[in-house]
Design a protein. Structure first.
Length: 211
């Protein structure tokens, strides 16, 4: 296994390459791909059966747009949670969103992403819609390098709670072939990767994890 220093360097190079690729995408291309991904998510049986779902609010540019998706989650009477980055210690927690008005009034936090002010005490999640810089067909995820999701998931499951379904949202350009993404022992794999064209299923989801 590569040393942590080597792993960090490999991830940095891949993030830089992916940033250059995504920079070339037009706003229209991102919008069209985002709509196609949202439609696939909404058609998934596991989504339809999930009661509580976390969905990130996307960064201002060069990231799949989740606004229509979070609105759909609310309109379908599911419980929506959105992530909150705790800049004090680098951890992440979640806040329940009650309606579209909540979304509109959220202020921009770290990285220019809209974030809630206060946190939920008891978050029970059926599904997390996960962002990332890149993914591959072995269901590995390359994040932005801060480790927010990996640390949260480790803490969440160590408390005895069942692991939520991890569903990555990806633009076409973000999915690499094979197992190209370097991963460490603390990196969580995705259960599904949803692109505009297909759903890449890990085949590891048991009935007990799909409500």
């Amino acid at each position: 296994m590569a040393s942590q220093l080597t792993l960090t360097a490999q991830k940095k190079v891949l993030r830089s390459a992916m940033a250059s690729t995504l920079q070339k995408l037009s706003s229209l291309a991102i919008k069209e791909q985002s709509e196609a991904v949202a439609a696939r998510i909404l058609s998934m049986e596991s989504f339809q059966r999930s009661r509580s779902i976390s969905c990130y609010l996307n960064m201002p540019s060069r990231e799949l747009d989740t606004l229509s998706l979070v609105s759909e989650i609310i309109s379908r009477d599911k419980t929506l949670f959105v992530p909150k980055i705790m800049s004090r210690d680098g951890s992440m927690d979640f806040l329940k969103i009650y309606d579209d008005e909540d979304l509109i009034t959220l202020p921009a936090g770290l990285w220019g992403i809209k974030e809630p002010h206060t946190l939920s005490d008891d978050v029970e999640l059926d599904m997390i819609l996960v962002p990332g810089v890149a993914f591959d067909e072995s269901h590995s995820r390359l994040g932005h390098g801060k480790g927010y999701y990996d640390r949260f998931l480790t803490s969440y499951t160590s408390s005895g709670r069942r692991a939520p379904l991890l569903v990555a949202l990806a633009l076409r350009e973000q999915v690499l072939s094979g197992d190209e993404i370097p991963i460490g022992e603390h990196d969580w794999k995705m259960d599904f990767i949803v692109t505009p064209d297909r759903i890449i299923d890990s085949g590891n989801v048991s009935n007990e994890r799909v409500h």
